[in-house]
Design a protein around this ligand. Sequence first.
Ligand SMILES: Cc1cc2nc3c(=O)[nH]c(=O)nc-3n(C[C@H](O)[C@H](O)[C@H](O)COP(=O)(O)OP(=O)(O)OC[C@H]3O[C@@H](n4cnc5c(N)ncnc54)[C@H](O)[C@@H]3O)c2cc1C
Length: 518
Amino acid sequence: MTQALECQILVIGGGSTGAGVAWDAALRGFQVILADRGDLATGTTGRFHGLLHSGGRYVVRDPGGARECAQENVILRRVATAAIEDTGGLFVTTPIDDPDYADRFLAACPEAEVAVEEISPGEAVRREPRLNPKIRRAFSVADGSIDSWKLVWSCAQGAEQLGARILPYHPVTALVRDGDRVVGARLHDLRRDQDVEVRAQCVVNAAGAWSGQVAQLAGCEVGVRPGKGVMVAVNHRLAHSVVNRCHLTGDGDIVVPSHSVSVIGTTDTPVEDPDDIEPTREEVAAMMEAADVLLPGFSQSRALRVWSGARPLLPKAAAAGADDRAISRSHTVLRHSERDGVAGFVTIAGGKLTTFRLMAKDTVDAVCGELGVERACTTAETPLPGSADHHYYRLPDHQEEFEHGRADDPIVCECELVSRSELLAAARRHPKATLDDLRRQLRVGMGPCQGGFCAFRTTGILHHEGAYDRAEANAGLRAFVQERWKGQRPVLWGQQLRQARLDEWILQGVLDVEHLPT
Ligand SMILES: Cc1cc2nc3c(=O)[nH]c(=O)nc-3n(C[C@H](O)[C@H](O)[C@H](O)COP(=O)(O)OP(=O)(O)OC[C@H]3O[C@@H](n4cnc5c(N)ncnc54)[C@H](O)[C@@H]3O)c2cc1C
């Protein structure tokens, strides 16, 4: 039987953009439904680099995009504080960088409102002892590290508290048109294996790199060009702050500290299909080598995992075949009523995670236009759930919390310090969550062992406590291990190869995970 739902605004896509739109629209008093084909933030948003841009990376090539980042950086520090680690950032001129670029960079910053301070190379090395000691110039900026999962969940939670419905695992399979108007969509509830028909006054296409595919469901063309980017996480934080090369942006020129790891990235290669973005060994090797110019010895550190994401680039004036890095990182809102004669349908494309709030504001403004109403945006002044006290995330806080008062709470994941009580609380909050969904909530399985020690413990506890029956537990464990393995394959050397062998002995040799009955 088909389930029928109704709302004013249906948002397709639960990445940062869609979640931002849902939060903004709910704050403006609209009835909202948000649907994603998977869990929230499992598209590009959950596969990005982790940088809260200061604007510095675009200041020379794309000053408009840089200004947007700089302005949103200030706003997000106010309203999304809990998702941000205030690491600060450095741009440094390494021995292989054009020394003249530093002058262009410094001159362009004030123009784009990017706060910058030149510091001596000695001061930069004092702040970041692993930095290449041969750097010639250094600039301090307001880069930060941002947790996209926390950001998206807080938007979804905030929207839900205002009455929105959040529907993960609900792919949109068709858009319903009544003449020249989109009036809703057909979804499929993957967990219940049931169709859902949603009637909406306006449908927002926030499907990122997939927005071209979604637009086609309404008979509209959106020329999104997915750009693949590869990132590698290494054990430990090799820098306290974000470290960038001061040059026209290129591959492997930025290291972002994120939780307990450092992430080097990224590449930018046009691809046809945003689901076909498997990283290669060559890309990983190039990333690791490139990082040595910034932080000598980086390539010798223990690589834990590699992943890739697809940028939702929308070339505007960019010539066909132009370098993807030349495409503006700014965003575009398409009102299909004006562009294609299809009313009740709005697409948001392009942009950055750092500018998600502004993207959402512009989108909901366009929706207001479609619906013929005026309602002001308040997301710049309204803290997201969890950010009202304006405390930045700090890595030591979690460790400290763990050391005090958790002595009798067994640890489930040693690498990421996840306790049994935290696991059970998360499972209670998300009763239908898979192990992978819980990984994103708790970071369980994301450390050096990549689930070797914690995956079977987690599964066992959840089965014992009744969250999973036997078949679900076995199938869930196998899927989880498979997913972790995918990200390790291109980095199997040295310590991580030893770890993978040990994991294999535990999971296959002792537990025979591959042949568990399901
Ligand atoms: C390699 C890389 C590194 C990056 N690093 C940074 C960075 O450090 N800082 C920064 O600010 N930005 C960064 N970006 C850009 C940023 O990550 C993206 O712009 C942003 O996350 C896009 O969010 P989104 O919500 O538009 O798209 P997505 O997160 O991809 O969300 C789209 C959603 O639509 C869903 N969807 C697709 N089809 C359907 C359907 N038929 N039905 C229902 N749902 C559907 C998908 O499952 C997905 O969850 C990076 C991008 C890449 C690729």
